[in-house]
Design a protein around this ligand. Structure first.
Ligand code: FAD
Length: 242
């Protein structure tokens, strides 16, 4: 059996109570509407849940994956959609913390510390799901920017995310050797638009969207890790997430 710390038990209890008392009454309406509930997003933000994984100096508690899993479980007991909305934000923070440059972390973490920011993790494309190492969305370095072209699909939080961890083909080599990871700021990226929002059978209160990049410009400083190093980030982040 797993032993939890006092802090983990306290968080588990707090999130369980919050979920039962505040999220459960809103879950059905979000499910029927097929969209995340703005009210639930506000509750998560007000209770500092989106920034849990941030380092302490940015207002987080640097939550580990065990703590994050406890939170996901408590939310999912009343509304799996809310846990789906919550989780990618923690995963992206943890990946940035491990792989991002100090400059990128400072920029991203200070925005995330506002508490109401949501993240998405975007690998899947219409023709490449399980076969992720073949993705085609391209990013070509031109001066101070990557020019990004392609379509991503099935992006949890894609339509509501402020930041997107985006996997692209930068072409240093074949298949996984030519993939890089970029941090995309959705409100500050000309050429990025949200496409189809999936009308799902389940998890209807969680956003699942298409993202379309048409000559989108992403600053070269938003490269995470090294060019061609995206697959390592995907495997490392992905196995932690699972
Ligand atoms: C609710 C939901 C949320 C998601 N959120 C995200 C997200 O936030 N970010 C993101 O990037 N993606 C996301 N995805 C996409 C998800 O990662 C893909 O659906 C997944 O990678 C599978 O890809 P696919 O749907 O194209 O299925 P396919 O790859 O076409 O697979 C279909 C079936 O074929 C099987 N199969 C595939 N290849 C083989 C093989 N070589 N041998 C034997 N069997 C095989 C698979 O196991 C599966 O059963 C989400 C999907 C869902 C449903």
């Amino acid at each position: 059996m797993m032993d939890f710390t006092d802090e983990q038990r306290m968080i588990q209890e707090m999130v369980g109570k919050l979920s039962r008392e505040k999220i459960a009454p809103l879950a059905k309406e979000a499910d029927v509407s097929g969209r995340p509930s703005p009210e639930i997003l506000r509750i998560l933000a007000e209770n500092d849940l989106f920034k849990m994984a941030l380092p302490e100096e940015y207002g987080g508690i640097k939550a580990d994956y065990t703590t994050i899993a406890l939170v996901v479980e408590e939310m999912a007991k009343v509304d799996a959609s809310t846990s789906m909305t919550f989780f990618p934000t923690q995963a992206v923070i943890k990946i940035l913390d491990r792989w991002g440059s100090e400059r990128l972390k400072r920029h991203f973490f200070s925005k995330m510390s506002e508490g109401d920011k949501v993240c998405a993790f975007s690998m899947t494309e219409p023709n490449y799901g399980s076969n992720a190492s073949s993705i085609q969305t391209s990013a070509i370095l031109e001066g101070g920017y990557f020019r990004v072209n392609g379509t991503k699909c099935f992006v949890t939080n894609g339509g509501i995310a402020h930041f997107i961890l985006l996997f692209v083909r930068t072409g240093e080599g074949e298949k996984e050797k030519g993939i890089s990871a970029l941090l995309v700021e959705s409100g500050n990226t000309p050429g990025l638009s949200v496409g189809k929002q999936e009308d799902k059978l389940g998890l209807r209160g969680s956003d699942l969207s298409e993202l379309i990049f048409e000559d989108a410009r992403v600053p070269k400083e938003n490269l995470i890790g090294r060019a061609g190093g995206g697959w390592d980030i995907f495997l490392d982040g992905g196995s932690d997430m699972r």
